[in-house]
Design a protein around this ligand. Structure first.
Ligand SMILES: [Zn+2]
Length: 42
């Protein structure tokens, strides 16, 4: 499953360990799920 690190913004594949292999950050998001937090100004 592909995850993306919220710290260094790098995506990578993880299976068991939920930790960024680049910076060791433990807050990741699933890259498959499009998390778009754009708020359109009305
Ligand atoms: Zn990272």
């Amino acid at each position: 499953m592909e995850h993306k690190c919220l710290k260094c913004k790098k995506s990578f594949n993880l299976e068991d360990r939920i930790r960024c292999p680049f910076c060791g950050f433990r807050v990741l998001v699933k890259a498959r799920v499009p998390i778009v937090k754009k708020v359109k100004a009305r």
